[in-house]
Design a protein around this ligand. Structure first.
Ligand code: C2E
Ligand code: MG
Ligand code: MG
Ligand code: MG
Length: 279
């Protein structure tokens, strides 16, 4: 047996593994340094109302331009931040920065993504509260977006943490709906304030047929619970029109605008705020 295990290990060993681990360590070290020095930055993606396609809010998204390497996608650095405990600092940096920036745009809403690791920290609500105080932010303008993971793993604690957060006066959205296992029942069970339809469901619309039925049924259920729905990953005019007819009240996606600098949002904010995909 021992021999077999030994052979098994030898079979799986690849010299590249050392190199991969080393590269990953370097990435971790660089990320830590970048966070400590405040070198991450935040971009903002427009959110429009489904009816008139007017800018009503933004989603803050973290960006990291790694020294000597260039941009690292969030799909790479967010999981690293999560597994190394850097996510608390990263998340508060994004929240603080975005709340500070939001002062430039009276009337707009702000959505910020929250990882399970942050949410699990009992001090999290207190930290969020301090950020609001320091930046003079009205919590009613803020939506915290979370994915289902932690709610499935640890429903009781998640429900409690969610209650504490909602007492601050923020809204809580269930992000990436349709990409995982969550059902509409979840929305009510945990008291989410909004559902964000994942882009995979939006893309499925293009094939017509059952995807459309599924989406319609999902949105109708959410609406019957009085839970508003944002669709994300909207890339075409066709999708935007269909999603409005389906009952989504807010839309977000490349068709309206990619994640952009605060300066670019300034320009739209000062203009007529209509995002008709022409930009
Ligand atoms: P998310 O919260 O679901 O954000 C939406 C993602 O979809 C963003 O990717 C956005 O750029 C992309 N997107 C928006 N519209 C379209 C479209 O029309 N087509 C396509 N193909 N993509 C579109 P991004 O910025 O790469 O972020 C990926 C994920 O990383 C986010 O997904 C979120 O889960 C996570 N993330 C980003 N910033 C933060 C952060 O500050 N904190 C935490 N915890 N997670 C973050
Ligand atoms: Mg999000
Ligand atoms: Mg999402
Ligand atoms: Mg996501």
């Amino acid at each position: 047996r021992a021999k077999e295990t030994g052979r098994g290990r030898a079979d799986h060993y690849r010299p590249e593994m050392d190199a991969e681990r080393e590269e990953r360590n370097k990435l971790e070290i660089d990320l830590r340094i970048a966070i400590e020095r405040g070198e991450l930055h935040v971009v903002y993606q427009p959110v429009v109302d489904a009816e008139g396609w007017l800018l009503i809010g933004v989603e803050a998204l973290a960006r990291w331009n790694r020294k000597d390497h260039g941009p690292v996608p969030p799909e790479v650095f967010i999981p690293i931040a999560e597994s190394t405990g850097l996510i608390d600092q990263l998340g508060l940096f994004v929240l603080h920065h975005a709340c500070e920036t939001l002062r430039r745009w009276p009337g707009l809403k702000l959505a910020v993504n929250i990882s399970p690791g942050q949410f699990r920290d009992p001090a999290f609500a207190r930290h969020v509260c301090s950020v609001f105080r320091e930046t003079g932010t009205d919590p009613a303008r803020i939506t915290l977006e979370m994915t289902e993971g932690y709610f499935i793993q640890n429903p009781e604690r998640a429900r409690m943490a969610l209650t504490t957060l909602r007492q601050l006066g923020v809204q809580i959205a269930l992000d990436d709906f349709g990409a995982g296992f969550s059902s509409v029942g979840y929305l009510r069970q945990f008291g989410f304030d909004r559902m964000k339809i994942d882009k995979s469901l939006v893309i499925a619309l293009d094939d017509g047929g059952r995807a459309v039925d599924l989406l319609q049924a999902t949105v109708a259920l959410a609406r019957s619970l009085d839970i508003p729905v944002t669709a994300e990953g909207v890339e075409t005019r066709q999708q935007a029109i269909q999603l409005k007819l389906t009952g989504c009240d807010e839309l977000q996606g490349y068709f309206f605008g990619k994640p952009m600098s605060a300066e670019d949002i300034d320009t739209i904010y000062r203009g007529n705020r209509r995002m008709d995909g022409a930009a």
